[in-house]
Write a protein that binds this ligand. Structure first.
Ligand SMILES: Cc1cc2nc3c(=O)[nH]c(=O)nc-3n(C[C@H](O)[C@H](O)[C@H](O)COP(=O)(O)OP(=O)(O)OC[C@H]3O[C@@H](n4cnc5c(N)ncnc54)[C@H](O)[C@@H]3O)c2cc1C
Ligand SMILES: NC(=O)c1ccc[n+]([C@@H]2O[C@H](COP(=O)([O-])OP(=O)(O)OC[C@H]3O[C@@H](n4cnc5c(N)ncnc54)[C@H](OP(=O)(O)O)[C@@H]3O)[C@@H](O)[C@H]2O)c1
Length: 846
């Protein structure tokens, strides 16, 4: 057996192509054999090894031994007033056909009178009978071949040629057109002197393989040239589209393809395919534009992007107006009273909306499987639905055409690029704006769509590579420019997706970041040169990306910051002045964050070209804005020192700087969805629960302060869990804002109090020292016996919700992953009971 079972299955799947074993007519041309391949050739010439043909012809040999074909390629050249038409003949055989002891010859009756009826010699085709070859002549030729006596050591084909040239049977005078055969050539095709098939290594420069099915081998057999000085179109056409009768003769052999003598006469000519080829190209274009709904999707994507942009601008205006109205707290808002709310809850609409809230909550739950977080249920549900939709677009209308389906996977994947790039934007992300989310929120969908695109690209690459392999043209095709670019894009996608795995990301965020950036920039041009019709989508994607990068660069400022290590902890307090023209943006939205980077003067190596410096070009780490000074333009960040290069360098800078010394740092922002949070102290909410873990308070505390600043009577409860007392000292800089004097803040210390306050070394300022003393002595009034150890989050949640059945509750958390999950579980119990909850978990746990 020549094929493994996998190959056999695949070849069966290639039915769309293999079915071309049934040719659309007796003789077919370039268009039907997809030669040259319209995908990677811009002209209609077909180059096979070292010969280039303007047209080709393919005919099956009517034998049931094996599927054998004759292929003819013609070229035309002019030289000093003489026109030369060269014909090359190839035998097409099944892949690696085992011919055993078979001996076979092919007799070419060049320059015969065989012609197809009708005026269009270029497109005419048919059988020998239709070409006017007399059956009696065929019989006479076959009889002569059968009667040939071959002695030991004699060349059968040579002897047959001598026989034909020396004897013109009466029945064949019409076909010869003269009284003797002028140009008969008999060539061996199997057995002694038989040709070798063309190897793919010989065929590296070719742009076509003029045979169907494509896995068939080709062997060069014969060439013939005619010249003329009559270079009129009519004469040229006559010669170029001349019909050549070919008698294929098999001499029987015990271990051969045939046991007994057999022969077949076939008439071959090249067929003008330009008309058909144009039609096929046109159909292909239409199909790719029309039927490939993916293209529509891309169009729709483009349209959506446009609509999204317009919508975003409207929304911006809306947000601005809402912001203004929010500031105007005196305006009247009609809020339903408790009896009304109770009535609403009890009617049918109320139960439906409770169910809807419960469903939405379920969609937001995280899926953990095999110890790994797979994202939220909503991401899996909508991601799967989108994947199914895209896969159906890949399949619709492709029938059993393997190559069509293969291309669709690629086209549909490319159509997703613009929206995929939009979802990754940081500075101006229309999707985030519309859904009142942030870059981090929208980025979840970027990751979901990324996985879908990756699957489609994998299918596209796998189907193509498999096709090339099955056809035996893998080595030849992957060095051709178009497939090579496709392979490059595929490898880029594999790198991008592999480095995004949490294992690699946690090992080195830089490997992930640099690979992501490089591939994101290189992918659009590579895809464009691989598939030119993608121009619109890749340009759109790249444009979004570059504009966003430019906007971010423009918005980044470098400022002289002071860095101080907080005694007894591994926290660093960074105080950085903001340019006055930007400060209002930072003041407006508590709970936002900035991206911090280390500019050249603050890097460890003084040399600008040092390799260690380059890593800083790819370091932009997010830190929440812990506070913005009311009087100056200073903003404060609190950074927990970890193992990575950013926080390690911040610690180095803090250690190296003496009191009062400033170091340049670059800041970009503010970012985050806090700017689009609902008005939590407005009448829509009755209770607000804020939970912070460790340095998570840098996000929660500014929100807490802002809420109480707007409405001191708001029902706010804040829980702050810290490992050591020193972790909670940083808000102490402003004694008037001390959280220790605040009854609404419940502080929990999970480490050893004594240990955490002893051995703290030199305290940097008096306020901090005072705060630490307070902390070690304090017993929160809320729960005096539980200030040590983790808080009972279930009880805290239940207490907040038990306030009143109709009360609407806002819950916000920022801290370790487990804390967020635990809190969500307890709040979820109340959501399923029908309670109205607004939930936000500020985390970065992917
Ligand atoms: C919105 C947000 C706000 C944060 N606020 C604070 C804060 O106020 N105080 C604090 O101590 N920590 C905060 N963090 C966590 C902080 O960003 C990381 O602890 C810090 O960047 C680690 O830096 P590194 O040099 O130690 O390690 P790195 O190797 O540089 O990064 C380690 C991890 O930090 C995160 N990270 C780094 N760069 C980026 C980036 N460009 N975008 C998204 N995530 C990134 C990734 O999870 C990464 O795996 C915040 C994180 C987020 C997402
Ligand atoms: N905007 C943002 O997204 C943002 C901003 C700032 C920080 N962060 C993130 O916040 C996290 C906190 O960092 P950190 O290093 O300061 O934290 P940490 O010191 O490791 O932990 C803080 C405290 O939370 C407690 N805790 C942990 N899990 C808990 C749970 N399930 N229930 C109750 N208490 C729990 C810990 O108790 P134990 O001692 O018992 O463990 C500890 O006291 C980090 O992941 C950081 O990246 C995010």
């Amino acid at each position: 057996m020549r094929y493994s079972s996998l190959e056999a299955i695949t070849l069966a799947a290639l039915a769309g192509l293999s079915s071309t074993q049934e040719l659309s007519s007796t003789i077919v041309g370039c268009a039907d054999v997809h030669c040259p391949n319209p995908e990677d050739s811009t002209d209609n010439v077909c180059t096979l090894v070292d010969r280039t043909f303007s047209d080709i012809g393919l005919v099956r040999i009517p034998t049931d031994i094996e599927e054998l074909s004759w292929v003819q390629g013609n070229s035309i050249t002019d030289d000093e007033g003489e026109r030369r038409i060269a014909s090359s003949f190839y035998l097409g055989t099944p892949f690696e056909l085992d011919t055993g002891d078979t001996r076979a010859c092919a007799a070419f009756f060049h320059e015969s009178t065989a012609r197809f009826p009708g005026g269009d010699v270029d497109t005419a085709q048919g059988t020998c009978e239709q070409a006017g070859v007399d059956v009696a002549c065929i019989d006479a030729l076959v009889a002569r071949a059968r009667a040939l006596r071959i002695e030991e050591g004699e060349d059968a084909c040579e002897k047959l040629q001598e026989d034909f040239l020396g004897n013109l049977d009466r029945e064949c005078r019409g076909l010869a057109g003269t009284d003797r055969w002028e140009s008969v050539r008999v060539r061996p095709i199997f057995g002694t002197g038989g040709p070798d098939v063309i190897l793919s290594s010989d065929n590296l420069t070719s742009n076509c393989w003029p045979i169907e099915p494509k896995e068939h081998d080709l062997a060069f057999i014969e060439s013939h040239e005619v010249t003329t000085r009559n270079i009129t179109a009519a004469r040229t056409n006559d010669l170029f589209y001349d019909v050549t009768p070919i008698l294929t003769v098999f001499y029987g052999a015990e271990n051969g393809l045939v046991a007994n003598f057999s022969s077949q006469m076939t008439c071959l000519k090249v067929v003008n395919s330009s008309v058909t080829l144009e039609r096929i190209l046109e159909e292909q274009r239409e199909e790719e534009e029309g039927a490939a709904a993916a293209i529509h999707i891309s169009g729709a994507m483009a349209a959506i992007t446009g609509v999204v942009t317009v919508f975003s601008l409207l929304l911006l205006a809306g947000t601005f107006l809402v912001g203004r109205s929010r500031r105007d707290r005196t305006s009247y808002v009609a809020v339903p009273g408790l009896p009304v709310l109770e009535r609403r809850r009890r009617n049918a609409l109320g139960s439906w909306s409770a169910m809807a809230r419960s469903a939405v909550w379920w969609l937001g739950d995280e899926v953990t499987f095999l110890g790994r977080n797979w994202g939220q249920q909503g991401e899996l549900v909508f991601g799967s639905l989108w994947a199914v939709w895209l896969l159906s677009l890949c399949v619709i209308g492709t029938g059993n055409d393997y190559l069509h389906l293969t291309k669709r996977f690629g086209i549909v994947a490319v159509s997703q690029l613009p929206i995929q790039y939009v979802l990754a934007l940081k500075k101006f992300n229309p999707v985030a704006l519309i859904f009142r989310s942030s870059h981090e929120g929208v980025n979840r969908w970027h990751r979901v769509l990324g996985r879908v695109i990756y699957c489609l690209i994998c299918l596209h690459a796998a189907f193509y590579l498999n096709y090339y392999y099955q056809m035996g043209i893998l080595r030849r095709r992957i060095v051709d420019i178009v497939p090579a670019l496709g392979l490059t894009a595929f490898i880029g996608m594999v790198l991008l997706n592999t480095t995004a795995l949490s294992l690699i990301r946690r090992y080195s965020y830089r490997i992930f970041f640099v690979t992501h950036l490089m591939v994101a920039l290189a992918l659009p041009p590579v895809v464009f040169f691989h598939y030119r019709s993608s121009a619109f989508y890749v340009v759109e994607a790249l444009a979004f990306f570059i504009v966003d990068l430019a906007l971010r660069k423009m918005d980044t400022f470098t400022t002289d910051a002071s860095l101080v290590l907080i005694p007894g902890s591994n926290l660093i307090k960074i105080v950085a002045p903001v340019p006055p023209q930007k400060i209002s943006r930072f003041r407006e939205s508590p709970g936002t964050h900035v991206y911090l980077s280390i500019p050249a003067p603050s890097r460890p190596s003084p040399s600008a070209v040092s390799a260690t410096n380059y890593i800083f070009e790819f370091m932009f780490n997010p830190f929440s804005i812990a506070s913005v000074d009311e009087h100056s333009t200073d903003l404060t960040l609190i950074a927990r020192c970890r193992d990575g290069p950013m926080t390690q360098n911040l610690a180095r800078l803090a250690n190296d700087s003496t009191a009062g010394m400033k170091v340049p740092l670059s800041i970009e922002g503010p970012y985050g969805c806090a700017a689009r949070f609902p008005n939590l102290v407005g009448p829509e909410f009755d209770q607000i629960l804020l939970v912070a873990g460790g340095v998570g308070a840098s996000f929660v505390l500014p929100i807490y302060r802002s809420l109480l600043g707007e409405n001191p009577g708001a029902g706010v409860t804040m829980i702050w869990v810290v490992r050591s007392a020193s972790d909670a000292t940083w808000p102490a800089s402003d004694a008037s804002q001390s959280i220790l004097k605040d009854d609404k803040v419940q502080l929990y210390l999970t480490g050893d109090i004594l240990e955490s306050t002893s051995g703290t070394g030199t305290l940097s300022d008096g306020a901090t020292e005072l705060e630490m003393t307070h902390l070690s002595q304090r017993r929160p009034e809320y729960s005096p016996d539980r200030n040590c150890g983790r808080p009972d989050l279930r009880k805290i949640v239940d207490d907040v919700f038990k306030h009143g059945v109709e009360e609407r509750v806002a819950v916000m958390v920022c801290g370790p992953e487990g804390m967020g999950h635990e809190l969500r579980r307890y709040v979820g119990t109340w959501v399923r009971k029908g309670r109205k909850v607004w939930w936000h978990n500020e985390s970065f746990s992917w």
